[in-house]
Design a protein around this ligand. Structure first.
Ligand code: SF4
Length: 240
């Protein structure tokens, strides 16, 4: 299925499968990845609703599946507390962050560089240190304009498969899954946020686009931090 998923018509699956079928498909993808990659299948957990859904699905496949969370000095206190609770509950969830110096206000002057230093580089470190050969993410193609072209299975970096097990889920189906399974979520959702990130770059928005509250007022508005678009395996230091 991992190989055949690459060929699938994603748009047809988004509208053609019902909630139950999507959950089964996601579990199948994770099961197959776990059979093939074992310990080197690792789930990235951004501590947002999509990530905690994928984390819950992965734990249904095997309790031993490991994960990593990337945090930054700019995460809201609610997210930090939620992360600490999750790590206490799941010691196999490792936290990575960059503490290097960056210019003040870099998130305003050059948010791409800020995200690269604070998010992309610690993700590369997690992949390296945890010997990841397949990483699972909570990416969804219905989340916004920058996410429509992804596949459930991607081979962007040599030696590193990317698995997006809930790629075809609607936002409503994520909440349906979390509610039906009693999964705890970041308390910021109760405040009205729909997509969570660092404090200076995340606002509550009433725009229909789920990611519209991210990086408002910058060239990155509604966009990406780079984890899903930049190379994650470095060849002779390239890609930084
Ligand atoms: S989301 Fe904002 S503060 Fe966080 S790393 Fe990216 S630019 Fe920097």
């Amino acid at each position: 299925m991992l190989q055949s998923a690459i060929e699938e018509d994603i748009k047809a699956l988004v509208e053609g499968l019902n909630y139950k079928q999507k959950v089964e498909r996601s579990l199948d993808l994770l099961e197959e990845a776990y059979r093939e990659y074992g310990e080197s299948l690792v789930v990235a957990n951004s501590l947002g609703k999509d990530s905690v859904a994928v984390w819950h699905l992965a734990k249904r496949v095997s309790l031993s599946i490991r994960g990593f969370a990337v945090t930054t000095r700019f995460k809201p206190p609610e997210t930090v507390r939620f992360m600490e609770e999750e790590v206490a509950r799941y010691p196999e969830l490792r936290v990575f962050r960059s503490d290097g110096e960056i210019p003040e206000g870099l998130y305003e002057t050059d948010p791409d560089r800020c995200c690269d230093i604070l998010k992309v580089q610690p993700t590369r470190q997690a992949i390296e240190e945890m010997h990841v050969r397949c990483w699972g993410t909570g990416l969804r193609c219905t989340e916004g304009r920058t996410r429509v072209e992804f596949q459930e299975v991607e081979q962007r970096d040599e030696g590193l498969l990317k698995l997006n097990p809930i790629l075809i889920w609607h936002e409503r189906e994520v909440w349906q899954y979390l509610a039906l399974n009693g999964v705890k979520v970041n308390p910021l959702y109760a405040e009205g946020y729909r997509s969570l990130g660092c404090e200076p770059c995340t606002k509550i928005s009433t725009d229909p686009n789920e990611r519209a509250g991210r990086w408002i007022g910058t060239s990155k508005c509604g966009g990406e931090c780079g984890i899903h678009t930049r190379p994650l395996k470095l060849v002779d230091g390239a890609g930084i």
